[in-house]
Design a protein around this ligand. Structure first.
Ligand code: HXC
Length: 271
C-alpha cells in the first residue's frame, strides 16, 4: 500500500524540545491515522512517546502505525474503533494497557466534516458530525479518564476557530466544536484537583490535510497571503503546539483553547 496522500512530515517544523521529553510515556490518539492527528502523534513519538492510534479504517491505520514507528524509532500500534461506539474505545484502551501498561496523554482528534448549508443539511448529517466530534470526545474521555488520573496526565482536544463566528456551511461542525470546547473546560475544572489537565488546540488553515481539502473542494489551496503569518500552516505547527501543551512547560495551563492559525482569527475585514 502506498503512503497516505495526506502525510505531511513533522520535519516541516524544527523542534526546539528535548528529544527524550516523553520517554516512557504513552499517547492515545483518536483520528491518528491521517492528517493533523497523525502529525500530532508523530511529534509526540519524535520526543520519546509510544502511541496507540484509533480509527475506523484498519488498513490505513495499520499502515500509518508502521510508518510512524519506522520514522521515529518508537512503537505505535493501531486499534480499530469508532468513537461513536464506546465498546470499541474500551477495547482500544485495553489493547493499549496490555501493550504499554499505561496512558499518559489523550488526543481527541476524530472528526467529520463536509460543506453544506443548513437548508440542504439532512438531520442525519448534522447528527453524524455531532456524534463523531462531541459525543465521540465524551466517549473517549470516559474510556481513558481512570488511566489519565493514574498517570496525572493530560488531554488535548482538536477543535476549530470557525464556531467563534458564523461560518457558512459549517453549522454541524460549529455546533460540535463548541461542544468540544465546553467539555474540555469542564474536564479541566473537575479533574484539575486529580492532577489532570485538559486543553484545546484550534487549528487554522493547515495545508495538505483531508480537512483542508474538504473545506477547499477544488483541491488547490492558495498560499493565502492575507494571513498575518504570511503562509498556510503545516502539520508540524500543530505538532509543536501539542508537544508544548503536553510538556511540563505547560503545567499551569489548563482549560484553555489555543488557536494555532497564523493569526487568522484576528484578521479583521475592512467592512
Ligand atoms: C452533505 C453529507 C455529506 C456531504 C455525508 N453527508 N457527507 N451531506 N454533504 N458531503 C451526510 C450523509 O448523506 C448522511 O446523511 C450523513 O451525513 C452520514 O453520512 P455517512 O456517510 O452515512 O456517515 P459515515 O460513514 O459515518 O461518515 C461520516 C462522515 C465522514 C462525517 C461523512 O465520512 C467524514 O466526514 N469524514 C471526514 C473526515 C475528515 O475530513 N476529518 C477531518 C475533519 S477536519 P443522510 O441523511 O443521507 O443519511 C475538521 C476541522 C474543521 O473537522 C476546522 C478546520 C479549519
Amino acid at each position: 500500500m502506498s503512503p497516505s496522500p495526506h502525510v505531511v512530515p513533522i520535519a516541516d517544523s524544527t523542534s526546539v524540545f528535548k528529544p527524550d521529553l516523553f520517554k516512557g510515556k504513552v499517547l492515545f490518539c483518536t483520528g491518528g491515522g491521517s492528517g493533523i492527528c497523525r502529525g500530532m502523534t508523530e511529534a509526540m513519538m519524535r520526543h520519546g512517546a509510544n502511541a496507540t492510534i484509533v480509527g475506523r479504517k484498519l488498513e490505513r491505520l495499520t499502515q500509518a502505525a508502521k510508518e510512524l514507528s519506522e520514522a521515529t524509532g518508537q512503537e505505535c500500534i493501531a486499534a480499530q474503533g469508532d468513537v461513536r461506539q464506546p465498546s470499541t474505545l474500551k477495547e482500544a484502551v485495553a489493547k493499549t494497557i496490555a501493550k504499554f501498561g499505561r496512558i499518559d496523554y489523550v488526543i481527541n482528534g476524530a472528526a467529520g466534516n463536509f460543506l453544506v448549508p443548513i437548508s440542504e443539511m439532512s438531520e442525519n448529517a448534522f447528527k453524524t458530525v455531532m456524534e463523531i466530534d462531541t459525543i465521540g470526545t465524551f466517549n473517549t474521555i470516559k474510556a481513558t479518564l481512570a488511566h489519565i488520573r493514574a498517570s496525572k496526565g493530560a488531554y488535548i482536544h482538536v477543535s476549530a476557530t470557525l464556531h467563534y463566528n458564523g461560518t457558512p456551511y459549517q453549522a454541524h461542525v460549529s455546533a460540535a466544536k463548541a461542544g468540544v470546547d465546553a467539555l474540555s473546560a469542564v474536564l479541566a475544572v473537575e479533574e484539575g484537583p486529580n492532577g489532570v489537565r485538559s486543553n484545546v488546540i484550534a487549528p487554522g488553515p493547515i495545508a495538505g490535510t483531508e480537512g483542508m481539502d474538504r473545506l477547499s473542494p477544488k483541491g488547490d489551496v492558495p498560499n493565502q497571503p492575507g494571513l498575518p503569518a504570511g503562509r498556510m500552516g503545516v502539520v508540524g505547527d500543530i505538532g509543536n503546539a501539542t508537544v508544548f501543551l503536553f510538556s511540563d512547560a505547560a503545567a499551569f495551563i489548563t482549560g484553555q483553547a489555543l488557536a494555532v492559525d497564523g493569526g487568522a482569527l484576528h484578521l479583521q475585514s475592512t467592512f
